[in-house]
Design a binder for this molecule. Structure first.
Ligand SMILES: [Mn+2]
Length: 304
């Protein structure tokens, strides 16, 4: 196709979060402009099996024949990393895993896209490592490692960024061996905000600050990130802004009955507050039985 604009984008996840990647990917493709061609790289754990990959691939195919999707398993077991949330650290491996890619967008999968990403991708990073939005932390003296590594002062200068949405200049990062430094830090310490502290520490002075519309839940947001504790799939919907937009895309995936069952399960307590206990219990039992995860996935895989 003429004048197509290629955009590299990476998602990193393991077998615990792969279904949420489905929602993020649907929102990415549904908001793409005609000439945008996404090269999607899914950086995944070893335990994400072929069936799971095939399901994600089939969702992808429903929405785009123009873009592409690739699954790459993380070979490095990250044994030395001092944290049990290994998947958070996959993004630090992007420069090594994708040696031929020079520029890429990385986003978390607890978010949805509300806009095409050409604007974000075209931001000039010639003299920088990354672009990211500032985070709300004003500096918390109580973290020992923040004090030890001077992250407090980064936060105080309001230069502390959120690592959920990143535009990365992989070329500069590789040339200056920043990726090696990232892994060194991860193996040495367990930072309170994991990869985010590491990226802030290693990339300071070489960060382009993005407008807030690319991260978080603002009215005009191009990328809506459900950062922190309240996720639209888990908490009572009214309390989370834009959760209905997440559910809109969730309905377009084959995971919807699973999402609903989980949602009712986690909201069982609020349900029983308004209904007699036995009715609440019956509804939960009914929904959970209907959406038996194993049966559901088997059926879906057979159908495609
Ligand atoms: Mn996040």
């Amino acid at each position: 196709m003429m004048n197509s604009k290629e955009i590299n984008i990476a998602f990193c996840f393991d077998e615990n979060f792969w279904i949420y990647a489905g929602v993020t990917i649907v929102s990415l493709l549904e908001t793409a402009e005609k000439q945008t061609k996404y090269s999607i790289y899914c950086i995944i754990s070893n335990s994400l099996n072929n069936k799971m990959q095939n399901i994600l691939e089939s969702i992808f195919k429903l929405y785009s024949s123009f873009s592409s999707i690739k699954f790459i398993k993380v070979k490095n077991k990250l044994d030395k990393i001092k944290s049990n949330k290994k998947a958070l650290y996959y993004r630090l491996l992007l420069p090594q895993i994708l040696p031929d890619v020079n520029k890429i967008i990385y986003t978390d999968i607890d978010l949805i896209f509300n806009s095409d990403l050409q604007d974000l991708y075209s931001i000039d990073l010639t003299n920088y490592y990354i672009a990211a939005t500032k985070d709300g932390y004003k500096g918390n003296e109580s973290y020992t490692l923040w004090q030890k590594y001077g992250i407090c002062s980064i936060a105080k200068k309001e230069q502390y960024i959120n690592s959920g949405v990143l535009l990365l200049n992989l070329n500069n990062i590789r040339t200056d061996k920043i990726d090696t430094y990232w892994v060194e830090l991860a193996e040495k310490e367990s930072f309170p905000f994991h990869d985010q502290d590491i990226i802030n520490l290693a990339c300071k002075e070489k960060i382009v600050f993005l407008p807030e519309e690319y991260n978080f839940s603002y009215d005009i947001a191009k990328i809506i990130h459900f950062a922190g504790g309240g996720k639209p799939w888990a908490s009572y919907q009214d309390t989370i802004k834009f959760s209905e937009l997440w559910w809109f895309y969730a309905h377009k995936t084959p995971f919807i009955s699973f999402f609903l069952a989980n949602y009712y399960k986690s909201n069982y307590n609020s349900l029983t507050k308004v209904l007699p206990k036995w009715i609440g219990r019956f509804i939960c039992w009914f929904i959970l039985n209907k959406a038996n995860r194993h049966k559901f996935f088997n059926k879906y895989v057979k159908d495609i």
